[in-house]
Design a protein around this ligand. Structure first.
Ligand SMILES: [Zn+2]
Length: 71
């Protein structure tokens, strides 16, 4: 994954602390947020182990859950 995309997703969520909060919530509730690691678009709710879903925006199979991206 590209670091610039990861930085953009981190910034969109509200910084590293907000990312950790989201991942902790995802683990407790077993539902996570998916982001495209190609274009940084928000995908929607996904399973915490979601990988390689097709992005709605760029059509690349680069959508991962926050848990997969950051842990
Ligand atoms: Zn995309």
């Amino acid at each position: 994954m590209k670091q610039t995309i990861i930085d953009q997703i981190t910034s969109d969520i509200g910084g590293p602390d907000a990312v950790l909060d989201s991942i902790q919530t995802a683990m407790m509730e077993n539902i996570d947020e998916g982001y495209c690691t190609e274009c940084a678009s928000f995908y929607g709710n996904v399973e915490p182990d979601a990988r390689r879903y097709a992005c709605h925006v760029c059509n690349k199979k680069e959508v991962y859950s926050l848990t997969e991206i950051f842990l």
